[in-house]
Design a protein around this ligand. Structure first.
Ligand code: ZN
Ligand code: ZN
Length: 266
């Protein structure tokens, strides 16, 4: 009977078939004028734009991240140049009892936009709740894999049998005719050992889902949106999403102005 290590090793061809390159942003404290990719701080805006306001509480939204699109290490996004910006209202509760800090896609407490590259950009005044600015000085590539929650969408099948003292699992990759039956999953983590998405901030790769696979749907065409950016708690942005939640940004391939931010925690 194969042991857990041998089973995990047997899925290497599957991992090869689903792996993606992701990029880790390497931040440096502080903001240097002219450096357009950063966490926190205040955004650059077109001359005729005001800093966006929270639709719920009216506060000036905080910038989570601004990306200089031409400087991304790899770009299959619908926007090749200009600035991508994610704004967010971190307010837990204001004097009127508004609760922002919202996890839902298309929340009135979020604003996502791309400023075209031909706009003449101006620096903006600091807002009252801006996060500390950290320039992104480098993108470090690494190999990323899908999280366990996404494996069944990618051809793997797990059948669990929860016995009083131990979990038994059968795992199948039907396409490759690979089957392991009735394995004792001692640490209840065979699926995670086969593949896990990396935590932390990253561009591209696979989303590290916390609660379940939650690609938002485009409000215009209903199609599943495409993930491209993960913003994790207390990483580049000094903010905790719920209880150590993890955030994801996605776009609609048909409607590039439809961009969503969501987060979930355990
Ligand atoms: Zn708000
Ligand atoms: Zn759409």
């Amino acid at each position: 009977m194969a042991n857990i290590d041998e089973i995990v090793a047997a899925f290497q061809p599957w991992r090869e078939s689903v792996k993606r390159t992701a990029y880790r942003p390497i931040p440096r404290d502080g903001h240097h004028p002219g450096h357009l990719s950063h966490f926190g701080g205040s955004p650059m805006l077109a001359a005729d734009q005001q800093r966006p306001i929270c639709g719920r509480c009216g506060a000036i939204l905080s910038l989570l991240i601004q990306l200089d699109l031409v400087r991304l290490p790899e770009n299959n996004l619908p926007w090749q140049a200009g600035l991508f910006q994610l704004f967010y209202c971190p307010s837990m509760e204001d004097e009127k009892g508004n609760f922002c800090d919202d996890f839902e896609a298309f929340s009135e407490c979020h604003k996502l936009q791309v400023i075209e590259s031909n706009a003449s950009l101006v620096a903006t005044e600091a807002g009252p709740f801006d996060f500390p600015a950290k320039d992104i000085i480098e993108w470090k590539p690494f190999v990323d894999l899908p999280g366990a929650m996404e494996q069944d969408l990618l051809g793997l099948r797990f059948d669990y049998d929860f016995k009083p003292n131990e979990t038994h699992v059968s795992v199948h990759w039907d396409e490759a005719n690979l089957h392991f039956l009735d394995i004792v999953d001692e640490n209840d983590n065979l699926a995670e050992l086969i593949s896990s998405a990396q935590e932390g901030d990253k561009y591209l790769g696979w989303p590290n889902w916390v609660q379940g696979v939650e690609y938002p749907n485009c409000p215009e065409c209903g199609e599943e949106m495409h993930y491209f950016l993960q913003i994790d708690s207390e990483n580049g942005v000094d903010h905790m999403f719920g209880d150590v939640g993890c955030g994801h940004v996605s776009y609609c391939p048909n409607h590039p102005d439809q961009i969503a931010f969501t987060w979930a925690c355990g």
